[in-house]
Write a protein that binds this ligand. Structure first.
Ligand SMILES: Nc1ncnc2c1ncn2[C@@H]1O[C@H](COP(=O)(O)OP(=O)(O)OP(=O)(O)O)[C@@H](O)[C@H]1O
Ligand SMILES: [Mg+2]
Length: 272
């Protein structure tokens, strides 16, 4: 087993990176792929999305600063195959040191090196912007997914994101590949959003078909602290979106790696 390491990035904030990484991690796990969702955002977004008391969770910070072994800080979720490495405990005043440490040392690559043979998928949630943490994530990833909200500002900033990718490819990580661009929060009832979606599809190569629609269900899920497919009730199109996206990503990974590299078997799931 050698994990595909995928960073979710965007120059603009609030484009749906964390929502995508979380829900996609669930979809991969449900397909039987052993998946680690790794929260690199100094704001600890994954923890905030899932639990109000996330500050109690130890994580990456404890591993790099206190040398706590990874197996002690990785959280095994109730979903088979889904594991989370949360940010860990960090005071707001320490954000700058954390960013500098990630950017200027090998802590991230050393951590990923310890994990790569234990998982099929490692998804890195990065903060918005093209700063030190995002650059460090790209330096150590095999693949990047650019989250592109279907609104004008996001569209305007995508060239900056692609320029950073190119620079990392040329300088530190020639193995990095753009896996694709993901349109997010596409609002079918809003002409401007629809028009931007069409512009995205026409202007760029590698746009995923399984875009995410704008939907109140995501706010619902966020409020309840669960992935969207864990909301009760009938299975909605929003819930199916991420399993479509997971299949699309698996197919692209196969193409890009020239090997299947992923399991096709579904593991048994437990209800309780
Ligand atoms: N498809 C969607 N429809 C409606 N709301 C959404 C959708 N996707 C995400 N959201 C909401 O938009 C907000 C921003 O999403 P999210 O946190 O995933 O973005 P982000 O790119 O990770 O942000 P940041 O740059 O701050 O890390 C959240 O409140 C989330 O619940
Ligand atoms: Mg986020």
């Amino acid at each position: 087993m050698s994990a595909s390491i995928i960073s979710f990035i965007s120059a603009k904030g609030g484009t749906g990176k964390t929502t995508t990484a979380l829900n996609l991690a669930v979809a991969f796990a449900e397909k039987g792929l052993k998946t680690l969702l790794f929260d690199l955002d100094p704001m600890g977004s994954i923890g905030f999305s899932l639990a109000r008391n996330d500050r109690e969770w130890e994580g990456f910070v404890e591993h790099i600063l206190k040398k706590v072994p990874l197996e002690e800080v990785i959280i095994q979720t109730k979903l088979d195959n889904l594991y989370i490495l949360s940010r860990g405990r960090m005071a707001p005043v320490d954000v700058c040191s954390y960013e500098r440490l990630l950017f200027s040392s090998k802590v991230l690559s050393n951590t990923l090196y310890q994990l790569i043979n234990d998982y099929d998928m490692i998804l890195l949630d990065t903060p918005s912007g093209l700063g030190m943490v995002t650059t460090a994530a790209l330096d150590t990833s095999g693949f990047a997914v650019v989250a592109l909200q279907a609104e004008p500002l996001s569209l305007r900033s995508v060239s900056q994101t692609l320029a950073l990718l190119e620079r990392v490819q040329k300088t530190k990580n020639p193995n990095l590949k753009l896996l694709g661009l993901l349109p997010t929060m596409v609002d079918g009832g809003n002409p401007a959003s629809k028009s931007i979606y069409h512009t995205i599809v026409q202007s760029f190569e590698g746009v995923f078909e399984a875009y995410t629609p704008r939907s109140a269900l995501f706010l619902d899920a966020s409020e309840k602290g669960v992935p969207v497919s864990f909301l009760g009730g009938p299975r909605t199109p929003e819930m199916k979106r991420f399993s479509m996206l997971a299949s699309e990503i698996e197919a692209r990974l196969e193409e890009l790696k020239g090997t299947t590299g992923v399991q096709n078997e579904y593991s048994q799931r437990s209800l309780i």
